[in-house]
Design a protein around this ligand. Structure first.
Ligand SMILES: Nc1ncnc2c1ncn2[C@@H]1O[C@H](COP(=O)(O)OP(=O)(O)OP(=O)(O)O)[C@@H](O)[C@H]1O
Ligand SMILES: [Mg+2]
Length: 351
């Protein structure tokens, strides 16, 4: 049973000819962590704000639990929707202590209950000892956990986080991905997190929703999204890939391309002849007597692997070289001829 439901939700801002969000359909389960992932301007924040009630859809229906929070007849005000929001800049009150920041939304609670709840949520986020400090006396990661504690304090049904990791440096970001997921799981919260970073999305969520130009491109668990991207946009947006056009063979299990015959992980359900395949660089392995051959044009080190650009003998000048990831211990010389194999599991037919 879905807990949050968007039915055909469309949003046009004033005077805009194109919708910011276009016929969005999305169902989220209770306790699920979802991320909205997509490039700048694709409608992520608009979607979040419509759910929170800060923005009115032009058309459609939104439901939380068994309550309709928006349709053409009614719009429940934000404070009645049971939503906790964590803003990108955390929006902590600088002159209030951490405890007062956390209890800010609990104005109808008794003082004793407020204090107890503040302590509970601060302990949940690992800051039980910090209630008396001011926000300026905390690190970036700690401030973010306070913002999350504040959002969780009134026991909301849903937590929304807009770009929660964008203010953090790379090392802290990785730790916070882990911490935030743990905290949300412990609080049994249903959460929607907005990001334009694929690594954030894959690390924190049960399912990822990829959007482009206001339209949902694919909804899938991270692993499925990576291995079976639906179209070229998703394939390129979630990680690197080689996109190659070809012809589907009559056995529906292979594609004839300019690099040679490529094997698919399973029989295709498409029947059109001209197709596009996505081949992940991790799915290509340099091998002694590999099936495909080419010349190394460029090698770049990323620390974890080396990115090798291989120009195939059959390449037209217009073709992009094949991108392959190789282990860093392997010696690869520019200009040398190499052969490689492709793992079918990391090949996908895309639209
Ligand atoms: N208040 C507004 N008035 C008019 N247009 C708006 C308004 N807010 C957003 N838009 C437009 O709606 C589209 C979607 O914006 P939105 O903020 O939802 O994108 P986003 O995916 O959150 O992008 P980013 O990653 O840059 O935050 C954009 O084209 C934007 O210019
Ligand atoms: Mg945004």
């Amino acid at each position: 049973m879905s807990f949050i439901q968007f039915d055909n939700v469309t949003k046009y801002y004033n005077r805009s000819a194109t919708p910011a969000v276009d016929q969005l359909n999305l169902e989220i389960l209770e306790g699920e962590i979802i991320t909205l992932l997509g490039p700048s301007g694709c409608g992520k924040t608009t979607t979040l704000r419509m759910l929170a009630g800060f923005e009115q859809p032009t058309k459609g229906k939104i439901q939380i639990g068994d309550e309709v929070v928006y349709d053409e007849r009614r719009s429940l005000p934000p404070e009645k929707r049971g939503i906790g929001m964590v803003f990108q800049d955390y929006a902590l009150f600088p002159h209030l202590t951490i405890e007062k920041n956390v209890t800010f939304g609990l104005n109808k609670w008794k003082t004793r209950d407020k204090k107890k709840r503040a302590q509970e949520v601060l302990e949940l986020v690992g800051l039980g000892e910090f209630g008396h400090r001011l926000p300026s006396e905390l690190s970036g990661g700690q401030q973010q956990r306070v913002a999350l504690a504040r959002a969780l304090a009134p026991k909301p049904k849903v937590i929304l986080m807009d770009e929660p990791f964008s203010n953090l440096d790379a090392g802290l970001r990785e730790k916070m991905r882990y911490d935030v997921t743990n905290i949300l799981r412990k609080a049994k919260a249903t959460a929607i997190i907005v990001t334009h970073d694929q690594k954030d999305a894959f690390a924190v969520s049960d399912r990822v929703v990829v959007m482009n130009e206001g339209i949902i491109q694919q909804i899938a668990a991270p692993r499925e999204m990576y291995r079976c991207p639906k179209n070229c946009f998703v394939a390129q947006f979630v990680g690197k890939t080689n996109l190659i056009s070809g012809t589907l063979c009559p056995d529906l299990k292979h594609v004839e391309t300019h690099i040679g015959r490529v094997c698919l992980p399973q029989q295709s359900d498409k029947t059109i002849d001209n197709v596009m395949v996505s081949i992940r660089p991790e799915g290509c392995r340099l091998a002694e007597e590999g099936r495909y051959a080419g010349m190394v044009e460029r090698v770049t080190y990323s620390g974890e692997y080396q990115e090798v650009h291989v120009r195939l003998q059959s390449d037209q000048p217009s073709n992009e070289p094949m991108v392959i990831y190789a282990p860093i211990e392997q010696d690869i010389e520019i200009g040398s001829v190499v052969t490689f194999d492709i793992t079918p599991e990391l090949v996908a037919l895309v639209d």
